[in-house]
Design a protein around this ligand. Structure first.
Ligand code: MG
Length: 262
């Protein structure tokens, strides 16, 4: 069952979310050909430490524990890429997902950045992914249940001839990074049956994170046990915000100081 948060708790989560926004602004300033994904990760790790925040991703259990503060996924990598010596090159797209815990509360957000000039169809992939996230946030106080939002997200992506990744979903977030409910970006079997559905009620805090592929929705894991790549090798994009539903509408907790989103 999902936990509903008070306005005071949401205000605490906003502090964590603002740090995540700030670190993303710093990432944006560092992105250029020649920078390594390990350098980006080291900056994020240092920034969180400097602000007495704990990176959420480091040590996440798996076949091997996740080793870094960020997931950095380049081009055909969808999510969960491990930072390392790879240098970004002109024309790359790079999805960076990171989160922190501050005073016991979590924030989580992802952006797909561009390195220099990118191909027009890749630009369109990024626009559609960013827009479907915005669409989902805008619908939070206009629909009763998540299944209705997920249906419209799926339809929006299909209309643009791209595919929604189904292997990974968003999540409730609060004291822990991953809480109930699961937040799929498409209508899965559980939503269709109603068992996975939930009401869009004030106090609900969720991380919405559509992953959109240019080609097939299918993904596979690389030999490092973490990095997920598209099955056809075509590019993938990922945008995420932590969002609270309040009596006054949706509030993006990982937005900028003036409510700016990606
Ligand atoms: Mg997330």
């Amino acid at each position: 069952m999902e936990i509903l948060r008070s306005l005071r708790e949401i205000a605490e989560m906003r502090k964590a979310g603002l740090l995540v926004w700030q670190v993303h602004r710093r990432i944006a300033a560092m992105i250029r050909p020649g920078v390594t994904t390990a350098e980006l990760d080291a900056m994020v790790d240092g920034f969180f430490a400097q602000h007495n925040a704990t990176p959420l991703f480091k040590g996440v259990p798996g076949t091997v524990p996740f080793p870094a503060a960020t997931c950095i996924s380049v081009n055909e990598e969808v999510v969960h890429g491990i930072p390392g010596p790879r240098k970004l090159v002109e024309g790359d797209i790079v999805s960076i997902d990171t989160g922190c815990k501050l005073n016991g509360w979590c924030g989580d957000a992802a952006v797909t950045y561009t390195v220099g000039q990118i191909a027009p169809d890749v630009r369109r992939l990024l626009d559609v992914t960013r827009n479907v996230l915005s669409l989902s946030i805008a619908l939070l106080d206009r629909r009763l249940r998540w299944s209705q939002v997920a249906m419209e997200m799926e339809a929006y992506v299909k209309k643009h001839k791209f595919s929604v990744v189904e292997a990974f979903v968003g999540h409730g977030i609060g004291r822990d990074m991953h809480e109930d409910p699961q937040v799929p970006n498409f209508v899965n079997r559980k939503l269709r049956r109603g068992s996975g559905d939930f009401r869009l009620t004030p106090g609900l805090v969720i991380a919405i994170e559509p992953m959109v592929n240019m080609g097939t929705k299918r993904v596979r894991a690389k030999a490092d046990h973490w990095t997920q790549v598209t099955a056809d090798g075509r590019p993938s994009a990922h945008f995420e915000h932590t969002v609270a539903i309040t009596e006054n509408g949706p509030r993006v907790l990982t937005a900028g100081p003036n409510g700016e989103t990606w």
